[in-house]
Design a binder for this molecule. Structure first.
Ligand code: C2O
Ligand code: CU
Ligand code: CU
Length: 500
């Protein structure tokens, strides 16, 4: 009898303790105060439950999906038409559709030339390109080529909206080296929603260097596009931007890679190249391999790094890209290794076949990029500040009628970009600049990490950071710079530089 009472008491106290700690933990992770100070120093966790108080079971923490594993969807390579003058023409149509993302109801989505995401536009350096852009949706949009060095009338920022039913023809010459870029809508105030609902595609630029480097380059065999996004699905499998909305950026609990939930690829035990794009509205990723083995970053936003960088961890902020090589030569058929975001699988690499080829080593030189000069004073200082609806650049919100900065075409400048100290702890703002690839020359007075010593168009600004970049605009016109948390951008965390 006595023993039973004691056991019962113990059980009750354990239960009570569990309930109390559960409630405490939930209060912390739903952030009931609405303030999200940086808790782990350099990597603030900014998630706030968008569905707070609506039943409680929902969270913006990523969870491992229970959907059946599916083979990773591969975006089609877009076919172009070659003209006698040597130029190549493509058509890109922004459209509405529905996509079977989860079991059950299909999801209403947007896509380019399809119901979700877009094709890969694979073009060569030096190529003359025509792109016919069409908007068949019933909302205004624009076609922005993130990372492409083009004149501003081609850039597709908020100055170039395409209304429903309208079209525009763009012409440009590819004026940069091999790289993985992307395209997405950029119409004023609605970029976040349109990307969230599916508008994003990839651009591959290839050149002689990428042709000759001994790297994996067979599309869908050992060279894979990996567009990583997080989404929050409502009970009926729909995406509801308004319900998921958070002024500090939308977070979802489900990872969707190339539009596939719980995805895998089948590969040989050889080197595999993954072209990673953080296409999320707001989430920062910390990638690693499931067995914590070393992988190699070979390219940053604007192309190949000087040499492969061995790493166990890779951070990508929204808009950023990295190409990595995962060497599977020490694994055998039947083994599976996963790309992880912390403890959540992003993509499984399943080895289904032994390679017959001799393992080769990675090239030691991939590119030749000189270091920027960090000795002078900055020509411009730009300050990012605030959170939520208070975000600003140099204390101002975006105004399409206002020129914030001026620069001269072809002239090299040093820009210092600061993330202002914030009483609330601040947050990471991904800084992005249009129309150019720049070099990071210092971070808080120190040399940037090895994987940032290549061409960049998007960089993380941690709270209190002061980063210097070297910029040379190749084209004239008006170009945006902004936070790539799309809800910050839509809320006016954007400025414009007039290049003359
Ligand atoms: Cu990726 Cu201004 O955008
Ligand atoms: Cu851009
Ligand atoms: Cu921001």
């Amino acid at each position: 009898m006595r023993k039973q009472t004691a056991v019962t008491l113990l059980a009750i106290s354990i239960l009570l303790l569990a309930v109390v700690s559960f409630v405490l933990v939930r209060q912390i992770d739903t952030g009931t105060s609405g303030l999200f100070p940086s808790q782990s120093g350099r990597m603030p966790e900014m998630g706030m439950n968008p569905n707070m108080g609506m039943g409680g079971e929902v969270t913006t923490e990523l969870v491992t999906s229970t959907e059946k594993e599916k083979e990773l969807a591969l975006p089609p390579l877009l076919e172009g038409t070659l003209s006698p003058d040597g130029s190549i023409s493509y058509t890109i149509v922004a459209q509405e559709g529905s996509t079977q993302l989860k079991e059950g109801n299909p999801t209403q989505t947007y896509g380019y030339n399809g119901s979700l995401l877009g094709p890969v536009i694979r073009i060569r350096s030096g190529q003359k390109v025509n792109i016919q852009t069409e908007n068949s949706m019933d909302v205004s949009t624009s076609f922005h080529w993130h990372g492409l060095k083009v004149p501003s009338k081609v850039d597709g920022g908020p100055h170039n909206p395409i209304e429903p039913g309208e079209a525009a023809n763009l012409q440009f010459t590819v004026n940069q080296g091999a790289s993985t870029l992307w395209f997405h809508p950029h119409a004023e105030g609605i970029a976040g929603e349109q990307v969230y609902e599916g508008l994003a595609g990839l651009i591959y630029i290839e050149d002689e260097n990428s042709d000759t480097l001994p790297l994996p380059k067979e599309y869908g065999i050992n060279d894979f596009p990996v567009v990583i996004q997080d989404r929050f699905f409502e009970r009926d499998n729909q995406l509801d931007y308004a319900r998921a909305y958070n002024p500090d950026g939308i977070y979802g609990d489900t990872l969707v890679v190339n539009g596939t939930i719980n995805s895998y690829i089948e590969v040989k035990n050889e080197k595999v190249r993954l072209r990673l794009l953080n296409g999320s509205n707001a989430r920062n990723y910390q990638f690693r391999l499931s067995d914590n083995s070393t992988f190699y970053q070979i390219a940053s936003d604007g192309g190949f790094l000087n040499e492969p960088i061995p790493m166990e961890n890779l951070q990508l902020v929204p808009g950023e890209r990295a190409e990595i090589i995962v060497d599977l030569s020490s694994y055998s058929t039947g083994e599976k290794i996963k790309l992880m975001e912390e403890d959540v699988p992003v993509l499984a690499l399943t080895i289904t076949e032994e390679t017959t080829e001799e393992p080769s080593s990675l090239p030691t030189t991939l590119n030749i990029i000189s270091k920027g000069d960090d000795t002078g004073n900055p020509d411009k200082v730009i300050t990012f500040s605030g959170m939520g609806h208070m975000v600003a650049i140099d204390g101002k919100r975006f105004d399409m009628e206002r020129v914030d900065l001026r620069a001269k075409v072809g002239t090299t400048e040093v820009w210092e970009i600061d993330n202002a100290p914030d009483m609330m702890g601040g947050m990471i703002h991904p800084f992005h600049l249009h129309g150019v690839q720049f070099k990071v020359i210092s971070r808080n007075g120190n040399a940037p990490p090895a994987n940032e010593q290549g061409w960049k168009d998007t960089i993380a600004l941690y709270p209190d950071d002061s980063v210097r970049i070297e910029v040379t605009f190749p084209e004239k016109g008006i170009f945006m710079y902004h936070c790539h948390i799309l809800e910050h951008e839509d809320n006016g965390m954007m400025g414009q530089v007039l290049v003359e």
